[in-house]
Design a protein around this ligand. Structure first.
Ligand code: M6R
Length: 616
């Protein structure tokens, strides 16, 4: 939540920072602000609303300083107002600061600072930070050794409880930025005679692919000529410069109307990338290079725990189904936010997987730390290379689907489903799954990109259905077994991007309550696979029809649905059981997307949401 950017170099900073902010808007888009430093003074512009609004309304942005900081906000403390937008200045005007995170002990610090005469212009927790830095700075004697500015930030942060990614400028130090992180992401881009700091690679990728991922508790000191990293305890850190493999084109719309559309249609290629190089030579199982646990030790695991939030949690529920079905090993799935505070009895030989597209979701990060604290090995399924979760895990599986910019997860979700299916195969083949069943399973997975491509051909048909159904206010999404979590995901997708109320349920469970919602005004989306569940699901459909409910059926090709039981049918290709959840997801993504477009929603930046939830 919230995106931060900083620039120091030889170019005009404002244009570069604003470009970076636009690329970080998916992290929060309530308000935006920028501060440029020139000749020892700050030019600040900030405004409620999008970055574009800030650009249009603020002549101050034409200023030509070569260092500055910028912020795009997802409000926590204080409403969406110009005053609460960042950058914040200390009351003596000496410090300008941006912040991503939550300062938990801000109230006590504010009380203290008020007694010292400091004043506050906003309702934010952030403003205490710059005033506390100003307080320490004013107390600290001027010194020629080290940077007084840097040391005062360090001293301030030692008093801070909570999470932060910050960047600070000091009017006495015109060509310096100090930045730090704890719990919120922060990266440094090392460019040609310039440096950029940001919450995420997307903000800097147009200028450099050389990146340093900062760790929690590290402080970055930037000047126009060089940079240094140290810890809160003032120990020097040797930086490791990584090379980002994706490029600026990956973060552009490239002709699509929205990132959500682009990312839905990228799925065949994205899924191909998730699988690449991950099958054993004999073609009967999966291979994961980064698990960092030997097959022998992995074989000893008798219970898997999966932790995640949102769509990733739905992916875990599908993984649970597939692992228990194909490998016969018990799996527990928890919301990360619940696991942290529950005292779940855990077995001796348990292994944890945390699943997170961004690798920065604070609840999942905290749950992971809790599992580690209890002595368990934690592996990560994660898309963003170098994320905090990736770095703090003992190993894991990168999804390799490229940047996902749309707030609603699409390609990252199906990739997580695929990783879950591959894990079920890997664990299954260590146990009872035969060689020939393994080969059949692998061949089915290899066919996923093609089968997804064929499913995407339904887009024009689904668009027409979306036009007919966009005016409804309530939807039910119903599926069974591995398609129940897919129904949950369908309901979440519709809610997120169209603001239409939707609920996901196991199809048979519907008659235990939700059926009370059914009328001609509440359509149901049924996931109807061929096979043993077909007749059961059709019975549930009949129960809805008997109550005048409209039905959109997403049904396997060739299934003979009884006459009149569905008002709309979207066909999906017949496929292996492990592949079915992926294929069944595609029409629901398209349905949600087209309904949102029909309703003229802000598809990529739905209200109240942010891509990466870095506050509890
Ligand atoms: O980055 P993560 O996978 O940890 O994110 C988890 C959820 O916040 C995320 O899946 C959220 O539910 C999406 N907006 C779903 O579309």
């Amino acid at each position: 939540m919230c995106g931060i950017v900083g620039y120091i170099g030889k170019q005009k900073a404002s244009a570069i920072i604003l470009e970076g902010l636009k690329r970080l808007e998916y992290r929060g888009y309530d308000s935006a602000g920028i501060a440029i430093q020139k000749n020892g003074r700050f030019e600040v512009a900030k405004k409620a609303g999008r970055v574009e609004g800030l650009i249009k309304s603020t002549p101050a942005l034409k200023i030509s300083g070569t260092s500055g900081i910028g912020h795009t906000r997802w409000a926590t403390h204080g409403g969406v107002t110009d005053a609460n937008a960042h950058t914040h200045l200390s009351s003596d005007g000496k410090f300008a600061l941006i912040h991503n995170g939550i300062i938990e002990n801000y109230a006590g610090i504010k009380k203290f600072l008020l007694t010292k005469g400091y004043t506050f212009q906003s309702e934010t927790d952030t403003e205490v930070l710059c005033n506390l830095i100003a307080y320490h700075y004013q107390k600290e004697p001027a010194t020629t050794e080290g940077s007084r500015f840097l040391e005062c930030v360090r001293k301030t942060l030692r008093h801070i409880e909570g999470a932060y990614g910050i960047a600070v400028m000091c009017s006495d130090c015109p060509a310096e930025i100090v930045s730090a992180r704890k719990g919120s992401p922060l990266i440094l881009g090392v460019g040609d005679n310039e440096y950029m700091l940001a919450s995420d690679v997307a903000a800097i990728i147009s200028r450099t692919q050389n990146v340093v991922y900062l760790k929690d508790g590290e402080i970055l000191h930037l000047t126009a000529r060089d940079f240094s990293i140290s810890t809160l305890e003032a120990e020097d850190v040797s930086p490791v410069i990584d090379r980002v493999t994706w490029s600026i084109e990956d973060t552009d719309l490239n002709g699509s109307a929205h990132f959500m559309e682009k990312e839905i249609f990228e799925q065949p290629a994205a899924l191909e990338n998730t699988m690449r190089g991950r099958f054993a030579e004999d073609g009967s199982t999966a291979n994961f290079g980064g698990l960092n646990i030997s097959p022998v030790d992995f074989r000893q695991i008798d219970r898997f725990h999966f932790l995640a939030c949102g769509s990733a949690w739905h992916a875990c529920l599908v993984a649970e189904h597939l692992i228990e079905r194909f490998a016969r090993v018990p799996v527990e799935v928890d919301y990360s936010s619940e696991f942290r505070y529950r005292n779940t009895p855990l077995g001796k030989n348990a292994l944890f997987f945390v699943v997170s597209q961004s690798g920065e979701t604070i609840d999942t990060l905290a749950a992971m730390r809790e599992a580690k604290r209890k002595g368990y090995m934690v592996l990560a399924v994660n898309n963003v290379v170098g994320s905090t979760i990736a770095r703090e895990s003992a190993g894991g599986i990168y999804q390799h689907v490229g940047p996902e910019i749309g707030v609603a997860s699409t390609k990252a979700f199906t990739s997580q489903l695929l990783v879950g299916a591959m894990l079920a195969l890997y664990i299954g083949r260590m146990r009872d799954m035969s060689f020939s069943d393994g080969v059949e399973y692998v061949n089915a997975l290899k066919g996923v990109p093609d089968i997804v491509r064929r499913t995407l051909e339904q887009a024009p048909h689904i668009r027409e259905i979306a036009k007919r159904y966009a005016h409804y206010h309530d939807f039910l999404f119903l599926g069974r077994l591995s398609l129940f979590p897919v129904a949950l995901e369908g309901a979440l997708k519709l809610k997120e991007v169209s603001y239409i109320h939707a609920e996901g349920y196991p199809a048979a469970e519907m008659k235990h309550g939700p059926i009370a919602l059914i009328s001609e005004n509440c359509p149901s989306v049924f996931l109807v696979p061929s096979g043993e569940m077909f007749t059961k699901v059709v019975s549930s459909m009949q129960e809805i029809k008997a109550r005048k409910g409209r039905i959109i059926a997403i049904a396997t090709e060739g299934c003979e649905l009884p006459e009149g039981v569905a008002d709309e049918v979207i066909s999906i290709p017949a496929c292996h059981e492990a592949v079915l959840p992926i294929v069944a997801t595609i029409p629901m993504q398209l349905l949600s997307y087209y309904i949102a477009v029909e309703l003229k929603r802000d598809v990529d930046k739905p209200r109240n949401l942010a891509k990466s939830v870095t506050v509890e």
